[in-house]
Design a protein around this ligand. Structure first.
Ligand SMILES: Cc1cc2nc3c(=O)[nH]c(=O)nc-3n(C[C@H](O)[C@H](O)[C@H](O)COP(=O)(O)O)c2cc1C
Length: 342
């Protein structure tokens, strides 16, 4: 079962990574993914116009940590020159890979003909890809969806992109198996990966979509012929998915689910990391809410725990409520800093 995946010059010892998730994959979530066994992590997407602005890049949020390598940066843009400059700037900042986002379905992105809208412009996609690839020496990948929508024209454009990047020898193609207009609704259709791998067996394809548990991830990998998996929402508030996937790929038994206390310690560790980056405390609390939603999914009294934790108005309250719901003695709660308790 132990399989590796190569993305250009980078060899991942297990065939998955923590995917880019805007608003989630800042340093704390990436560190968790890394410490739980992800061989590669990605920062959320960044506009090329921001990436070339030194004042923006200087912000702590954008610089990769020394303990995060290998780490990829993802660029959102619609024309080659600035995308290439952005890629250079991000590699200069320390990123080890560059991905180009032609998949984002957010209406404000589509209105500007960026992200998923680019799925209808194969020649432009190729121009941007080639400009970026020629500008940097690190691996360059692209993230696409299974077309803009289900029309014949969108399908044709999808296949043109696949065929042309395959011919260029792209380092990897990441495919979210939904159309752009589907956004995140409906089921991801992994048959599209099967078709791509059938036609282009030499192309490294990373599949994305509905990877929320180990068995589904393994089944999709096997049945589609994908080379690797991009773990996205499934690991947010559930880094144990990454731990378990690594165990499965290393041929080890899946570890038992984390105890309540172990969950609590990881939540406190995560919160502590968030507090160090997002200031003041009210901002950290607001940012952390989405992770609380994820973490409490495992809790036997999910609804009550979730409501209580979301209702915490101060950091002291939030920390002590986490201690309460996760059965942590007061001394464990107060020592929430420190190394990740694995
Ligand atoms: C809140 C949110 C933010 C996302 N941000 C990004 C992003 O910045 N870049 C990207 O390529 N994909 C992004 N995605 C898409 C995911 O990487 C992934 O392809 C998608 O969620 C499907 O996988 P899943 O169903 O396993 O979550 C985002 C998805 C969500 C829900």
């Amino acid at each position: 079962m132990h399989r590796q995946v190569r993305i250009g010059g980078l060899l991942l010892d297990v065939p998955f990574f923590q995917a880019a998730l805007s608003g989630y994959t800042s340093y704390p979530a990436r560190r968790l993914a890394k410490d739980f066994g992800a061989p590669l992590v990605w920062a959320g997407l960044i506009l090329a116009s921001s990436a070339v602005d030194r004042r923006v890049l200087r912000k702590r949020l954008y610089a990769p940590g020394d303990d995060e390598h290998p780490i990829g940066a993802q660029i959102l843009w619609h024309e080659p020159e600035l995308a290439a400059k952005a890629a250079k700037a991000l590699v200069g900042l320390g990123y080890d890979l560059i991905d180009l986002n032609f998949a984002c379905p957010a209406p404000k992105v589509l209105r500007r003909q960026r992200g998923g809208a680019m799925m209808m412009y194969p020649s432009k996609v190729l121009e941007i890809y080639k400009a970026v690839r020629d500008a940097v020496t690190v691996p360059v990948t692209i993230k696409i969806r299974a077309g803009l929508d289900q029309t014949d024209l969108a399908r044709t454009c999808f296949w043109e992109i696949v065929e042309r990047v395959a011919a260029e020898g792209i380092d990897a193609l990441v495919i979210h198996c939904r159309t752009v207009l589907q956004r995140y609704s409906g089921k991801a259709d992994w048959a599209v990966i099967c078709q791509v791998k059938g036609l282009y067996p030499g192309l490294t394809v990373i599949g994305s979509g509905d990877l929320f548990d180990v068995q589904t991830a393994l089944n999709n990998l096997r049945s589609s012929g994908a080379d690797g998996l991009a773990i996205a929402r499934g690991a947010m508030g559930n880094p144990w998915l990454i731990r378990d996937l690594r165990a499965a790929f290393e041929g080890r038994p899946i570890p038992p689910p984390p105890s309540l206390q172990e969950q609590g310690q990881v939540i406190l560790w995560h919160l502590d990391q968030v507090m160090q980056i997002y200031k003041p405390a009210s901002r950290a609390i607001a940012y952390f809410r989405k992770f609380i939603v994820g973490y409490t999914k495992r809790h036997a009294q999910r609804k009550q725990a979730l409501l209580d934790l979301l209702g915490a108005g101060t950091m002291e309250q939030l920390i002590s409520r986490i201690g309460h719901w996760y059965g942590l003695a007061a001394d464990r709660v107060s020592r929430s800093g420190g190394p990740l308790p694995l």
